[in-house]
Design a protein around this ligand. Structure first.
Ligand code: SAH
Length: 264
């Protein structure tokens, strides 16, 4: 595909799960790639777009184990590109939303490797949508704040987060208890609607709904696992009105449009 010694890297967003949410550009690049480097949040159906003989390298963590070090991922991308390969680095959601895509881009920049970023459908809006929660809604929320509960990103400004109209918290899975307590201490009302969406858009998606006071306990009782997003705000209450959307099975194969439907 690529000429020897002139490889390149595409930092590609794979969307939140459901392979139907992959972009066309991502699918086209996967079909051309010599090497695909992916992590845990990438649905196996997405990888089916890769060429049969492409090298598929997994760099995520397995069952709470250690993931491959970020520097080693940089080295891998650089080495593969220097071998003249077309590399697709697939990341869950969008590469630049808590995906460390910026760090990989900086490393490629420093190594003088040609690269491109292909945005993906981030879980920030897609996962709440899959749970029948519009993250903005006229009269309820005109702004959204999204943040991570991950320690490595530094201590969150809880007062700021508690004041958000809609708050979407990434990587909150293991920290729900302390996260919700912190938001309550920072002044958010205990009756604020809240939901946890586990594996949004995947076949095994689950949604738990409650209030800021009880959502952590509910999630703990249901043994919610990663990946999960916490959504806090009045918009969560729309779920009970969007009943047919909330009841729809997830990851249904997209229906092909008939010629008439396409022209309606
Ligand atoms: N770049 C990704 C986010 C990576 S950080 C994006 O744009 O979506 C990983 C965190 O994203 C997870 O811990 C979880 O909080 C969230 N996440 C990603 N995919 C998810 C999914 N399908 N369902 C629920 N949360 C998800």
């Amino acid at each position: 595909m690529s000429r020897r010694g002139r490889g390149c890297v595409y930092l590609v967003g794979a969307g939140p799960g459901d392979p139907g949410l992959l972009t066309l550009r991502a699918a086209q690049l996967l079909a051309r790639a010599d090497t695909v480097v992916h992590d845990r949040l990438v649905h196996p159906g997405v990888l089916e777009h890769a060429r049969p003989h492409a090298r598929i390298l997994y760099v995520g963590k397995e069952g709470g184990g250690e993931s491959v070090r970020q520097e080693d991922i940089h080295t891998l991308l650089i080495t593969q590109a220097r071998l003249g390969r077309t590399v697709v680095r697939l990341k869950g959601g969008d590469p630049f939303v808590f995906g460390r895509g910026g760090e990989e881009a900086l490393a490629l920049e420093a190594a003088d490797i040609p690269y491109e970023v292909v945005p993906g459908v981030s879980s920030v809006a897609a996962v709440p949508a899959a749970a029948a929660i519009p993250i903005t809604h006229r009269g309820l929320a005109g702004s959204v704040t999204f943040a991570t509960a991950h320690r490595a990103e530094g201590a969150p400004n809880w007062v700021h987060l508690a004041g958000a109209e809609t708050l979407v918290l990434f990587m909150a899975g293991g920290r729900l208890e302390e996260t919700t307590r912190a938001l309550l201490s920072a002044g958010r009302s205990p009756t604020t609607p809240a939901a946890v969406v586990e594996a949004g858009t995947w076949e095994h998606q689950r949604v738990l709904e409650g209030t800021l006071t009880d959502i952590a306990t509910r999630a703990q009782e249901a043994e919610v696992a990663s990946p999960a997003l916490l959504v806090v705000g009045e918009v969560v209450s729309l779920r009970s009105q969007l009943r047919s959307l909330a009841a729809r099975p997830v990851a249904e194969p997209a229906l092909p449009l008939t010629a008439e439907a396409a022209h309606e």
